[in-house]
Design a protein around this ligand. Structure first.
Ligand code: PEP
Ligand code: MN
Length: 315
């Protein structure tokens, strides 16, 4: 990569920015939440939105443990067309209802240009999954979406390709891009993917974009999430996105890698210790000004029917 004339001109590191974390420009998600500053931001929640109660209990738990964003897929990119594909529009309604109930900002995946406008109505942060990192029409559409974008690295993508994908979003008018290292495909089969720890300092050095890490899809195993998360924070990541489920063994997708509530609470305690060692802290959820003191609205105006548990095989 050339340091004088990067192909990714807009994502390139700005030498003009100075401070404790000189190359990163924070990306605003909501008026009270930015990613890429001194505070580490943790997004957490189920792989897939499966129903109202499971999403609401997840939101309450992760918020009480210090997460700042709720994750959950309504549109799921599954390797097999026969695996659970997500609840789609119903999942978006559930996300909107839980957002209204708890005030927690939402990060959820958008897979297709035709979904961008609708998903952007619900999401505070639009996720591009690893399989879509080089879906160029989607990236261009997200340039016009008016919401920040969480761009996950493709499983076989080079760092330079990730940065050029970010460039597509930025060149189309949206400079609020956050990069996510989520593990890459290697010869190793014991883990689902191999977390590329070195990508974190490289991305921080090459660009001004915030970098977060997904330790759930990296290892693909619940027992690896804690060590990978701690390594990510120690290596300078600006945040994490972690899969958490009220009853992981029954999850309709990614059952092997989702943490229980108790495991997530433990993870947050350990992350706070590593954050402190790197002179950072955790950004906890801040209720919007209009919400009651505990940040929970009294009644949601929209409570969709609880989604039926699907019997689809867990892949
Ligand atoms: C996810 O976040 O649920 C997901 C599908 O991740 P990835 O695109 O990294 O595989
Ligand atoms: Mn998943």
């Amino acid at each position: 990569m050339s340091h004088t004339a990067p192909e990714y001109a807009l994502a390139a590191r700005s030498t003009a920015v100075d401070g404790p974390n000189p190359s990163t420009r924070p990306v605003r998600i909501t008026p009270t939440l930015s990613i890429g500053g001194r505070e580490i931001v943790v997004a957490a929640g189920p792989c897939s939105v499966e129903g109202y109660e499971m999403l609401l209990s997840s939101a309450h738990h992760i918020r009480n443990s210090g997460a700042a964003l709720l994750r959950g897929g309504a549109f799921k990119p599954r390797t097999s067309p026969y695996a659970f594909q997500g609840l789609g529009e119903e999942g978006l309604l559930l996300l909107a209802a839980v957002r209204e109930q708890t005030g927690m900002p939402i990060v959820t995946e958008v897979m297709d240009t035709r979904q961008v406008r609708r998903v952007a109505q619900v999401a505070d942060l639009l996720q591009v999954g690893a399989r879509n990192m080089q879906n160029f029409p989607l990236l261009a559409e997200l340039g016009r979406a008016g919401k920040p974008v969480l761009l996950k690295r493709g499983a076989s993508a080079r760092i330079s390709e990730l940065l050029l994908a970010a460039e597509y979003v930025m060149a189309n008018g949206n400079d609020r891009v956050i990069l996510c290292e989520r593990g890459i495909r290697t010869f190793e089969t014991i883990t689902r993917n191999t977390l590329d720890i070195s990508a974190i300092p490289v991305l921080k050095r090459e660009t001004h974009l915030p970098v977060i890490v997904d330790p759930s899809h990296s290892g693909g195993r619940a027992d690896l999430v804690l060590p990978l998360a701690l390594a990510a924070i120690a290596a300078g990541a600006d945040g994490l996105i972690v899969e958490v489920h009220p009853d992981p063994i029954t999850a309709l997708s990614d059952a092997d890698q989702q943490l229980t509530f108790a495991q997530f609470t433990e993870l947050m305690h350990s992350v706070a210790l590593i954050a402190a060692a790197t002179r950072r802290s955790i950004h906890s959820y801040t209720p919007p000004a209009a919400a009651p003191a505990d940040g929970i609205a009294t009644q949601p105006t929209l409570v969709p029917r609880d989604a039926r548990r699907r019997t689809a095989a867990v892949a």
